[in-house]
Design a protein around this ligand. Structure first.
Ligand SMILES: Nc1ncnc2c1ncn2[C@@H]1O[C@H](COP(=O)(O)OP(=O)(O)O)[C@@H](O)[C@H]1O
Ligand SMILES: [Mg+2]
Length: 374
């Protein structure tokens, strides 16, 4: 019988939902290691344990330990967060291997997934459709300021672009930028620029039309690393902009939701809502594209991370639902409570966590340990 251990934030519903899925499969409840303890004292594992690394997010103490910022609503500090988090994951992996346990995640892949520039480069090299980007991969020059961002956008001919903190999540610090081609810019973002130049995450998407303000925001974001890519005009559903979150478990697209929004960002906390998947699928087929191709793009993106059991792919449908590009791949993209698997996916009747538990059981060899796919 598989014995699971989870490194996560105990109060978080991700941890609770995964534990529910393990128990529903008739297995002993997972052993829980709290990120706050692991960050301070390290981790220990027992032989044969199967270790799931979950998100360190939404916990003020863990956030303080990783980002060093006392105020969790601040946008800055993601470079330090990245350095500390990836080091902690490497330490968990070392402890797992020393204790004879097996990881469902991989430190090197996680380090790519949490760097939007590297992640974009890996997807592009593998032939996965992605928005054009002047900051893709390790070879691209770093963008250190608004002045540099402006010249990079000009050189790449990008009149409309997304500018994102390289190590960001939940749309924190993301700017949808457009220029009129005559030097006037407009930014749509949830960033709130404080009077002293510090940046705060807000729940309200707002517009900045003055270049000094945009410059102040981008100059404050730049030390944490910036990723820039073409703004893909997305398809619409019932008058709202739409994209898809597709969860891929052990190589297979198992769960999908449509996310719709009135702003260019579809994140749920910014007013995004679940859309109609059946209608989206019909729109894809009606445009002459194929729904199975959309899922295949997500599976190709996930295949770039073969040692990670589960990823959540942000799939951006182009205007008219005629084609797709991958916006990003999320390491912790499986929080879709109560959603059951796609017909024919093998995860029918299971939520995203149940699908992962089932995948681990079906890939367990006679040795009784989980084998990551090659
Ligand atoms: N290149 C793009 N073109 C159009 N929309 C985009 C693009 N990149 C991101 N988005 C939108 O912005 C949102 C946030 O971007 P994302 O890369 O997912 O950042 P985060 O990791 O902060 O969620 C996405 O949900 C998507 O709807
Ligand atoms: Mg996203």
């Amino acid at each position: 019988m598989p014995r699971f251990a989870v490194v996560g934030n105990p109060e978080n519903r991700r941890v609770t939902l995964f534990a529910d899925a393990v128990r529903s499969a008739g297995l002993p409840a997972p052993r829980l290691l709290a990120w706050a303890d692991v960050l301070r004292d390290g981790a220990r594992f027992t032989p044969g344990e199967i270790v799931r690394i979950d998100s360190p997010g939404e916990n003020a103490e863990v956030e303080r330990l990783l980002r060093g910022a006392a105020d969790p609503t601040r946008v800055e500090g993601t470079a330090r967060w990245y350095t500390r988090f990836t080091a902690a994951v490497r330490e968990v992996a070392r402890a797992a291997s020393a204790g004879g346990a097996t990881l469902l995640d991989d430190p090197a892949e996680l380090a790519v997934l949490f760097d939007k520039r590297r992640c974009h480069g890996v997807l592009r090299t593998a032939g996965v459709p992605v928005p054009e980007s002047p900051t893709s991969g390790p070879g691209a020059a770093a963008v250190g300021s608004w002045a540099e961002a402006r010249s990079v956008l000009g050189a790449a001919g990008l009149r409309r672009a997304f500018l994102k903190p390289a190590h960001g999540s939940s749309a924190s610090g993301v700017l949808a930028l457009e220029s009129d081609g005559r030097g006037r810019f407009r930014a749509t973002t949830s960033v709130e620029l404080g009077p002293d130049g510090s940046l705060f995450n807000s729940l309200r998407v707002r517009r900045y039309g003055s270049e000094p303000q945009i410059a102040a925001i981008v100059d404050a974001l730049a030390p944490d690393g910036l990723h820039i890519e073409r703004w893909i005009p997305k398809a619409a559903q019932a008058g709202r902009v739409a994209d898809l979150r597709v969860v891929v478990v052990d190589g297979r697209a198992t769960h999908a939701v449509v996310r719709t929004s009135l702003s260019p960002m579809t994140n749920l906390h910014l007013g995004g809502a679940r859309g109609d998947l059946t209608a989206a699928r019909a729109s894809v087929e009606a445009s002459g594209a194929r729904w199975t191709d959309a899922l295949a793009v997500c599976e190709a993106a996930a295949a770039c991370f073969p040692r990670t059991l589960c990823v959540g792919v942000d799939l951006l449908p182009k205007t008219g639902w005629r084609g797709f590009v991958v916006g990003e791949v999320n390491a912790f993209g499986d929080l879709l409570p109560r959603l059951t698997g796609l017909p024919g996916s093998g995860a029918e009747g299971l939520d995203t966590y149940g699908a992962q538990v089932a995948a681990v059981r079906s890939t367990q060899g006679k040795s009784g340990t989980y084998r990551a796919r090659p």
